[in-house]
Design a protein. Structure first.
Length: 394
């Protein structure tokens, strides 16, 4: 296929005038006259005829550029000498700043021109500057509003960051979901993804709890696993979970026994003692019987020696409760209570330094109150256990 020659053909002034007169004096169409004079297209002829009728020159100014050193809209009329002087000063000042912001192609980006206008608008009118910069006034105001919005968003993020710092200093074990909840409680409605991004920028991380292995032992009185990892119930007092953990105070150990209502993970009963024995477990269950209607309820635990003892089994039968045991050496069968202990140690024990017997007791009481009434959970629709129970009851 041959290459098409798209080079424009140039015609002399005499040729243009002769073609125009041939069209005006005759009764032929533009196309016929163009073919007669040897033109490939009638379009230039139409332009020549219009120019002749309007008294304009046939000169073709395409490709010709002025040698004026200033770019932009050139004004030729001024109201006063002072206005012309200011205009020329603005041109010179703009040109100096423009040369400082040239890109690799030798051009000044539009955003840089807007910035120059913003800098010079204190001294010169904006209407004058936008003409020199070859930009629209509406475009400049749109850019300025966008810049103001960006600064406003930046200020808002700084405020959110300060709140995140404050929350992290009080609750260092909070991750981004719970920090998001606390921010909303303080009136700052922020998306959890933004909280995650801001925490990443601040290099803030929650305390990561360690996973520990559990090894089983020989049992005596073992119940069937009635719970079978069905940790969610439809009503309160249907199923409970219980377990024991230890707290080290100096060279001494204290043991915490808790019972959770699996309906909302609320800690409904707890006891602390310096002895890990059957008495501690019985006292915890006895406290539960005083607070809740446990007739026919399931009480699930692991196969610790306290929970497989005859005395424990007899106490459950006396209070019309159904015993349930995890499988041997399988802590996931009692995951709810294990999860509570993990949060309890990570968020309170590992961050505290106890020096007396009363300090851990007070700390346990404060944390359980916080866990039940303030600490939101994803499973409970971002509500605390007590708030979830009261909401569903209403």
């Amino acid at each position: 296929m041959s290459k098409i020659n798209r080079t424009s053909k140039k015609y002399s002034e005499d040729f243009k005038l002769r073609a125009v007169k041939l069209y005006l004096e005759g009764d032929k169409s533009y196309k016929t006259v163009a073919l007669e004079v040897g033109m490939s297209s009638p379009t230039p002829l139409k332009d020549w005829v219009n120019r002749y009728r309007e008294g304009r020159s046939f000169e073709d100014k395409r490709g010709k550029h002025t040698n004026h050193r200033f770019n932009g809209f050139q004004r030729t009329k001024f109201v006063s000498i002072e206005e012309e002087r200011d205009y020329l000063k603005a041109q010179v000042a703009f040109l100096k700043k423009r040369y400082q912001n040239l890109d690799q192609g030798g051009k000044t980006p539009k955003e840089s021109r807007f910035e120059i206008i913003e800098e010079m608008k204190v001294k010169y009118p904006i209407t004058m500057l936008v003409k020199i910069a070859e930009v629209s006034r509406s475009g400049f105001y749109k850019w300025r509003k966008s810049a103001e919005n960006q600064q406003s968003n930046k200020n808002k993020e700084e405020a959110v960051k300060s709140h995140i710092h404050a929350i992290h200093s009080i609750r260092p074990y909070y991750g981004y979901p719970r920090i998001t909840d606390r921010l909303r409680e303080e009136g700052l409605v922020v998306n959890h993804k933004k909280v995650y991004r801001l925490m990443k920028e601040l290099e803030i991380k929650s305390v990561i709890r360690k996973k520990r292995k559990y090894f089983g032992r020989d049992e005596s009185n073992v119940y069937l696993n009635l719970l079978n990892r069905q940790f969610k119930t439809q009503m309160p007092n249907i199923a409970f979970g219980t377990d024991i953990t230890f707290i080290k105070v100096g060279n001494k150990f204290y043991y915490l026994s808790v019972i959770q209502d699996l309906y909302n993970n609320e800690v409904v009963s707890w006891k602390c003692s310096d002895r890990n024995d059957i008495k501690l477990v019985i006292e915890t269950v006895s406290d539960l019987c005083k607070k809740r209607n446990v007739h026919g309820s399931i009480l699930h635990s692991d196969q610790g020696f306290q929970y497989t003892s005859t005395k424990y089994s007899q106490f459950l039968e006396k209070n019309n409760m159904l015993g349930s045991h995890s499988r041997k050496g399988n802590c996931l069968d009692n995951a709810c209570v294990e999860s509570f202990f993990s949060h309890f140690k990570c968020e309170m024990v590992y961050l505290s330094n106890f020096n007396s017997e009363q300090e851990p007791i007070q700390a346990i009481e404060e944390y359980i109150h916080f866990y039940n009434n303030e600490r939101s959970q994803k499973r409970l629709n971002r509500c605390s256990p007590v708030k979830y129970r009261l909401t569903t009851a209403a």
